[in-house]
Design a protein around this ligand. Structure first.
Ligand SMILES: Cc1ncc(COP(=O)(O)O)c(C=O)c1O
Length: 507
């Protein structure tokens, strides 16, 4: 990406940045940094000239110069020609060893985590290394048999489609290979589904909160998200424990609200994550799955179910794949969380005619996936259970450590105990999620602010905290969160003014 940002666009994105809680140049740099980390200001765009921005914001040029210098020092602005530096992310390259060595940032892809920053913005794990390595070794031995072919296959390599279909069949959803389309991950799968089934201005029902990249894909397709609130955890059957700070149980989904939204709004599509929902980690019960499928059918809505996190079942809970309740369901899956996001391998399961339409639509984006990756993925899918026990055991102890740390160091936060997945959804005592995300790098951590998980600026009261780091690093991270919160408490004006993020238009 390249180009430049004009002063009025940047002013609009900055919103109420000048709060008087710190020197103005510092506040300016802090907010620009958040915008870059959040992806709202793209990478490699030239910021406005110092003179133009100063005039637009009605501040002195010296303030803008000092703000830009700070961004340069922090590695968020390149030293371009003159004052037109371009936005960037500090890049120190992958570190050898270490749990987070070389992982990428949640926003701009392909960039290493800035040295020393603990990344709580990205809920992802390193590879199940040995299993992945062995699968690639096996794939290389199988490759020669495929080399005489053209290598283009919009549906995917047969062995992988069969392995995925066999997995669905074993889980109680009889599936033929013809019902599977291999994609480059679940995000790609969702984009294919959107391109095929949803037109511009169509409504798409989403859970609220939901997975930020899915919300972005829905908006980028020109569709209108119809958010349906997830019930607060307090309304769960099992109540709380630990003095009410850790909420247990499963508050589930508000099926009445979903039914009403489906009936009244008649969305073209509904996108849901019933298996260890991101960010809450909830699991939808089988009766709710059945009701949802019925309600979607009654309103003529295509139900798209994202099963990316399905294998991360931390409490060994039973659930039936949603597709078992209706052949009309479109399911999306991925190896990103069970094995490694670097595989970039996912799939769509649907009826064969729909799969053919998806394959036709995909060719506007790509002409098929890489063959070696798919051969390797076929081995991983066939022996899916193998690396999972170790991964789940580590995640369970990380989850418990994180919940205990939050209860100890952030007693005013309310953390929801997730049944699976990779993160804990926390309710903050004050609407300070964006403010915390702005301050976080000063304390050595990177955060995704709550509003990234919603539409219209919701979730300032929430923060998703992943438990993908080992307990020692989680402790460092939680202590950093505590320090950032203390800084906000000591600067009430900062807290108040950063409470409202710039409003986002919603329909
Ligand atoms: C619910 C959900 N869907 C999709 C994705 C993206 O998956 P992939 O890496 O397969 O594109 C994620 C990643 O965190 C996710 O949590």
């Amino acid at each position: 990406m390249s180009g430049s940002l004009n002063p009025s666009s940047l002013a609009r994105l900055l919103g109420q940045w000048n709060l008087g809680a710190a020197p103005a140049y510092r506040e300016l740099a802090d907010v620009v940094r958040l915008l870059v980390l959040d992806g709202r200001v793209p990478l490699e765009v030239a910021l406005p000239s110092e003179r133009a921005l100063a005039a637009t914001l009605g501040i002195s040029r010296t303030t803008v110069t000092a703000g830009y210098s700070l961004l340069r020092e922090q590695g968020f602005l390149s030293s371009g020609q003159g004052s037109r530096g371009r936005t960037c992310i500090p890049h120190h390259g992958p570190r050898a060893g270490g749990h987070d060595g070389g992982r990428s940032l949640g926003g701009p892809p392909g960039l290493a985590v800035p040295d020393g920053l603990l990344d709580l913005a990205y809920a992802s794990l390193p590879a199940s290394g040995e299993a992945v390595h062995r699968a690639f070794a096996a794939a290389l031995t199988e490759l020669p048999a495929l080399l005489p072919g053209f290598g283009y296959d919009a549906l995917g390599v047969g062995a992988l489609r069969e392995a995925i279909a066999a997995r669905y069949s074993a889980a109680g959803v009889p599936t033929a290979a013809g019902q599977i389309l291999v994609t480059s991950g679940a995000q790609h799968a969702l984009n294919i589904v959107l391109r095929t089934l949803a037109g511009r201005s169509d409504k798409v029902l989403v859970e609220h909160p939901s997975y930020p990249n899915a919300l972005d894909a829905i908006r980028a397709a020109g569709c209108r998200p119809v958010p349906v609130a997830m019930p607060p955890v307090d309304s769960g059957r099992d109540g709380g424990r630990d003095g009410g700070r850790i909420a247990g149980g499963n508050a589930g989904w508000d099926l009445d609200a979903m039914r009403a939204a489906l009936k009244q709004q008649r969305p073209a599509m509904a996108y849901v994550v019933p298996d260890f929902h991101n960010p809450t980690g909830r699991l939808m019960s089988d009766p709710q799955r059945r009701q949802l499928v019925r309600a979607a059918a009654a309103s003529g809505t295509v139900l798209v179910v994202d099963e990316t996190l399905r294998e991360l079942n931390l409490d060994a809970a039973d659930s039936t794949p949603v597709a078992a309740f209706s052949p009309a369901v479109v399911s999306i899956g991925s190896l990103s969380k069970s094995h490694w996001a670097g595989l970039r391998t996912g799939w769509i399961r649907a009826g064969e005619p729909l799969i053919q339409r998806f394959a036709a639509a995909r060719t506007t984006m790509d002409l098929g996936g890489p063959v070696v990756e798919q051969l390797a993925a076929a081995h991983l899918v066939a022996s899916l259970a193998e690396p999972l026990p170790a991964r789940l055991a580590a995640l369970r102890s990380n989850r418990d450590a994180l919940l205990a740390l939050v209860a100890e160091h952030l007693p005013s936060w309310r953390a929801e105990r997730p049944q699976g997945g990779l993160s804990v959804w926390c309710r903050l005592p004050t609407p300070t999620s964006t403010a915390l995300a702005v301050l976080a790098p000063d304390f050595g951590i990177r955060l995704a602010a709550g509003p990234r998980f919603g539409v219209g600026g919701a979730f300032e009261h929430h923060l998703r905290v992943p438990f993908t780091l080992p307990p020692e690093q989680l402790e460092t991270a939680v202590l950093a969160l505590r320090s950032a919160q203390d800084r906000l408490e000591a600067a009430p004006q900062l807290r108040r003014n950063l409470a409202a993020p710039p409003p986002t238009a919603i329909a």
